[in-house]
Design a protein around this ligand. Sequence first.
Ligand code: F6R
Length: 603
Amino acid sequence: MCGIIGYVGNENAVPIIVEGLKKLEYRGYDSAGLAVYADGAFEVVKRKGRLSVLEKEIEQNPISSFIGIGHTRWATHGNPTDENAHPHLGHQSKIAVVHNGIIENYKQLSEKLTAKGIKFSSETDSEVIAQLAEYYYKGDIMETIIEVVNKLEGSYALGIMCLDEPDTLIAIKKDNPLIIGVSEHGQFIASDVPAVLKHTNKIYHLNDKEIAVLSEGAVQFYNIDKEPLQKPLETITWSSESAEKGRYPHFMLKEIMEQPKVLSDTINSVLNRGNNKTIIDNLDFSQFNKLVITACGSAYHAGVVAKNVFEQLCRITVEVELASEFRYKDAVIDDKTFVVLVSQSGETADTIAAMREAKSKGAVTLSIVNVVGSTIAKEADFCIYTAAGPEIAVASTKAFSTQLVLLYVLAIRFAVQLGKLSQGAEQQLISEIKTIPGKATDLLKQVDFIQKYAATCVGYKNVFFIGRNIDYAIALEGSLKLKEISYMHSEAYAGGELKHGTIALIEENTLVVAISTCKRLYSKIMSNVRQVISRGAKVLLIGDCSASEPSDKLSYISLPEINELFSPSLSVVVLQLFGYYVAANKGLDIDKPRNLAKCVTVE
Ligand code: F6R
C-alpha cells in the first residue's frame, strides 16, 4: 500500500514527481503529497483526496526544485487528512520522509519522543521516522538513518531528504518494494517500475536493509554497516506505452483487451524456446509427495482453478490455501512438499509470509510472479514470470489469465513426470493451450453484446455466480471482479450448494451468472438454472448453451470449443468484461475502486 517516488536531477522535480505519483496511484489514493528543497527549506504540499486535488493546488501555487519526494497514501494509521498525508517532517523541519509500510512499534517510539517534549503533528505511524531521525541527527544523515531503522519494527520503504545535504536523496527498505531508476537527466526512487518508465528502463532493485544514496549524477549503494555495495543494473523490457491508458477509458479495459497478446507472450516464454530449457523443464516433481498452492485474491482463484487441472492431470491431491490463512495455520508440510506461490506484484505481505513459512519448514517453493525482481520472485527457490506487462488497474485481469496458462503448463509437465500423461496426450494439451490467445480474441469481439447486457444489470441487489468443479473455481473470480469494481453484492456458489441454503436468497431482482463448460455436468448446472429461474431470478449462462433457448429470463454467451480444463481462460474474459461494463454503467472509478489498493503490502 502507498506509493513513493523521489527524484534528484537537472530537471524540475515537481512535474516528474506528480507524473510518477499518477502511475503509483493504484497503490493508494486517499491523499497525496510532495516535499521539495527550495531556498534552504522544505516546501511541503499535501492534500486529502485524489492526486488531482494536489495537482490543482500545485497549479495554483507553482513550486519547482531539482530534488523532491512524493507519496500517494492508502491509510492504515490515521484517517485520510491533510495532516496525515506524507511527506512528514521532523519537529525542526530538517528531515523529510515518505514511507510505505507499517511501523509496528510506533506507539512506544513516539511516547518516548513525546516525553522528551517532541510534538507530533499527525496520527500516523510514519511520522515517528522523521521525528526519530531529527532526534538522532548529529550531522551524518546516513548514520542517522541506520540508527533509526535499527529501532523500527515492521515494514518500510523510505525516501528521505535532509536540509544539510540538499543534493542527496536517501532510500532504504525492508519488506516493501523500492527500485532505483537511473536516467540521463537524474536518478529516481520509486515503489514500482511504471513510475519511472517514461524516463528510464534502467533500474536497480533494492534489497532489504540496503541503502541507496542518490545525487544528480550518481547512485551509491551501502549495506547497513555502511560498506559500499556493487549492484547489477537491470534493463526492464516493459515499454513506457504499456503503462499508459492509450485510447481506452480505463486501464482495466485496456488490460482485458491486451490478453490475447500477453497470453501469447507468456505461452511462448515457456513453450517456444527452441532448445533453451526453461525452469519449468528443469523442475522435477517426482521427488515430492504433496503440492500446495497459496496466494491471495484473484491469484488465489488462479490456484483454485489450477487445483482442478493438477488433480485431473496428475491424479494427486492438491491443497489450495489463502496465504493469509496458510501463514498462521502451522501447515503440515515438509521437504517433500512443493509449494507454488502465485502473485502479480510479488509483494503481497501475506503471500511473502506464506512463502517464508513454507521455506522454514523445508518445502521447495516456486513462484509465479509478474513483477520482475520483486520479493516473492527473488526469495522463492524457483520463479517463473508471467509476461503480462504492467498491470495498473487495481482489479487483476491479464495477470490472472497469464497465471492460469503457466499453471496449466506446469500441471502438464508434472503429469508427464509422474507418468500420468503420454507424450501424445501432452502434445495435444499443449496444442490446445496455444489456441487460447486466438479464442480469447474471438471472444473479445462479443464485447458489444456483453456491454449491452451489463447495462441492464446495474439495478440488481444481489448477483450470484454458480458453476460446478472448474466452473465453480472461475465463478469465484467472476464474483470478485464484479463486487470489487461495481460495489454490488455478489457471491459465488458451487451449483450443488444452492439447495443447502443459498436458494433462500433467490427472488425477483436477483441475477444468477451460471458457468457451464463441463459437458458431464451440463444437465446438473441446467437444473440449477431452472431452479433459480422458477424462483424469479434472471440468468446469464456462459459456456455450453447448445440445449437452451434464450428467453426474457435466460440470456447466454457461448464460448469457443476448448478442452474443459482450460475453459476458465475463456469464461474469465466474459466475466471480466461483464464486471467492467456493469461498473462503467454505474459511472464508477473502475481503476481505483474504493478502499482497495493494488499491492497489499500490509496485513
Ligand atoms: C483482485 C485483485 C486482488 C489480488 C490480490 C493478490 O482483482 O487484484 O485480489 O489478486 O491482492 O495480489 P498479488 O497477485 O499482487 O499477490
